[in-house]
Design a protein around this ligand. Structure first.
Ligand SMILES: [Fe+2]
Length: 289
C-alpha cells in the first residue's frame, strides 16, 4: 500500500471523528496527551487516584511499580504477577456461568454451548466476551489493585481516567488457520490503538502454551515501528516475517504460563495470540487509558 492511499484512509477515519482510535498510534500524540493529563492532575492528584477506588492492600505486594515501569518502557512488557488459585477459580467459574457475546453479532450464548468453535445453530464463533465482568468480585479486586494502578500511573504519567475489564474466551475451532486469521484479527501481529494513551494488564485464567493460545509479542516494538505499519488499517496488521526481519527473531517473546500467570504490557507493541488447539482459552485483561 502506498503512502497516499494510507493517508486517504487515515483522513477518512478522522472525518468519522474516530480520532482517538486513529492518532493514538503515534508516539508523539501519546506523549503529548500524557503531558497535558499530568499537568491537569498535578494540583489534585489524590482526587484522580481516589476516583479509581484503590484497595488498601495489593494482591502483588512484592512488585515495585518503578521497576515494572522501567521494564515496560524498555521492553514493552513486565512480568511477575501471580494470582492466587482461589481468585483464578472464581474468575473461571464466573466465565463459565455467565452469558457471552461476540462483537458484531446479536447472539448470546454460554461457553458450554460452543463445540469446536460452533454454536448449536451451526454458526461458527471464535471468541466470547463475558458480559458484565465487573460483577465478579475477584475481577474488581484486581481492577482496583493499588500496585497495578501505581504501575499504570508510573507508565502513563497520570492516573488513568478509564479502567475497563475484559474477560474473553477464545475457542478451539474446526476452521483452518487461514480462515481463523481472516476472521479474527488478534491471531495476526497487530498493535492496539485504544485511546490517546493506554496500557494493559493480562492474566491467564487457563494454562497457555504454544498449543493452548499463548500470547506472543515483539519486545521493544512499542516505541519504534516500520513507517508503513503506522498507516496500515486493521491496527497495523503485519505479516510475521516483515516484523522478524525488522526487529530480529531474538525480540519475539512467546509468553507461556499456567493459570494465574500475569503480565503488564504496552499493547502498542506488536503482539498476537496463537490459536488454541487443545482447549478453550480464557484471559482477563484490564485496560488503563
Ligand atoms: Fe491486541
Amino acid at each position: 500500500m502506498n503512502l497516499s492511499v494510507a493517508w486517504n484512509r487515515l483522513s477518512a477515519r478522522l472525518k468519522r471523528r474516530d480520532l482517538h482510535h486513529t492518532v493514538g498510534r503515534f508516539n508523539t500524540i501519546r506523549k503529548t496527551y500524557s503531558f497535558f493529563q499530568k499537568k491537569r492532575q498535578q494540583t489534585n492528584g489524590s482526587l484522580y487516584r481516589t476516583r479509581l477506588q484503590p484497595r488498601e492492600s495489593s494482591v502483588f505486594p512484592d512488585v515495585s511499580p518503578t521497576v515494572a515501569g522501567d521494564a515496560l518502557r524498555d521492553k514493552s512488557v513486565t512480568f511477575g504477577f501471580a494470582l492466587p488459585g482461589a481468585m483464578v477459580q472464581e474468575i473461571h467459574d464466573f466465565a463459565c456461568q455467565n452469558v457471552l457475546y461476540e462483537p458484531g453479532s446479536d447472539d448470546e450464548f454460554f461457553v458450554h454451548d460452543v463445540t469446536n468453535g460452533q454454536l448449536p445453530t451451526g454458526r461458527s464463533v471464535l471468541r466470547g466476551l463475558v458480559k458484565n465482568p465487573s460483577h465478579c468480585p475477584a475481577i474488581e479486586r484486581i481492577a482496583q489493585d493499588p500496585v497495578l494502578l501505581s504501575i499504570a500511573h508510573d507508565y502513563l504519567h497520570y492516573w488513568p481516567t478509564q479502567v475497563t475489564r475484559h474477560l474473553t474466551w477464545t475457542f478451539v475451532s474446526d476452521l483452518n488457520d487461514q480462515e481463523q486469521k481472516h476472521r479474527f484479527l488478534p491471531l495476526s501481529y497487530h498493535y492496539d490503538v485504544a485511546g490517546y494513551n493506554f496500557m494493559s494488564a493480562y492474566f491467564y485464567i487457563t494454562d497457555m502454551d504454544v498449543q493452548t493460545g499463548a500470547h506472543v509479542m515483539i519486545a521493544r516494538s512499542h516505541n519504534k515501528k516500520p513507517l508503513h505499519t503506522l498507516f496500515a488499517p486493521w491496527s497495523g496488521r503485519t505479516p510475521d516475517q516483515i516484523l522478524l526481519d525488522y526487529y530480529g527473531q531474538e525480540n519475539e517473546l512467546l509468553i507461556e504460563g499456567k493459570a494465574g500467570f500475569g503480565f503488564m504490557q504496552d499493547p502498542a507493541c506488536f503482539h498476537k495470540l496463537l490459536p488454541p488447539r487443545q482447549q478453550n482459552r480464557l484471559i482477563f485483561q484490564i485496560r488503563y487509558a
